[in-house]
Design a protein around this ligand. Sequence first.
Ligand code: NAD
Length: 314
Amino acid sequence: SAQIIDGRACARTLKQSLEADVARLRAEGLGIGLATVVVGDEYSSTAYERRLRRLADELGVPYSPRELPADVGQDELLACIGELNAEPSVSGILILRPLPSHVDESVVFRAIDPCKDVEAVHPDNAGLLALGVPRFVPSTAASCFHLLDTWLDSVGEDRAEFYHRCLIVVVGRSNNVGKPAISLGYERQATVSSVDEWADRTTGIGRHTRWADVLIVAAGKAGLIKAEHVGENAVVIDVGINGATGRDGKVRMIGDVDYDSVASRARALTPVPGGVGPVTDVWLLRNTVTAARLLAGQRIEQALPALPVARTAQ
Ligand code: NAD
């Protein structure tokens, strides 16, 4: 049965090195701070906000949450972003999704100072990532590859060799998860393909997914990927977060992968919870620290911090 890739352990290690960086950089007087903007009270965004608040606190990163009502006007939201852009103690700004439908997400994202845009949603940052010279790597995609890299190290596989002969299939093609994951796959000189719901509706996704050496699943559909969709040697990264009500009436979190059946077939698998999520959270704080360094005019030598490019590809 599949090896389980432990996201919590990975996040702990990342957190330890970040904690030391935060202490050192704050002692140097760097203005590190994360601001989140939550509009409305959607369960997924408020839960994420609470996790970030706790983590920022543990890491010693000043945190300023902004909560706006679901019926907030777009101008008021833009004014709030303007204030955060101008605030020297804020180095990273995260606008939590989903935004209400009366707000134009693309206008809101364009209003963020690109040097504080830690999720890389501003077109400047999305473009830099697509060109392979990212300022910030969006945290969820970064988490997927950090988990993969760490797992490869743990089993003694050479990263460069693995990625160069690897087919990565990404299920889901959103701007915030699927597309950044595709870009990071290209950066590792892997062969990458991507499927979305149209492929699923017409031919079924198994036609594509079962050839994957690495399958990254970010569709937001509970139990979408079953054993029959994966090959025996596949490494499966489950990004999905879905609520499922058990027989006891309690809601628990499950992924997009039908865990038990896929675990009996794949080579390795990330669980939900305890896989991609914990590393994503730490990565966002890590980007907040990178932003503070960029804003202070420090040079960041490596465009992909701690996401090493394969050895033979430098
Ligand atoms: P989204 O709704 O913006 O995009 C989903 C994508 O999946 C779309 O491209 C859609 O076409 C595709 N899709 C939908 N049904 C499909 C199907 N049957 N077959 C193939 N493709 C299909 O969602 P998102 O923001 O990209 O998030 C995806 C999932 O990841 C959600 O469950 C979300 O909660 C979760 N998520 C987790 C983390 C984390 O850190 N673990 C972070 C962000 C998002």
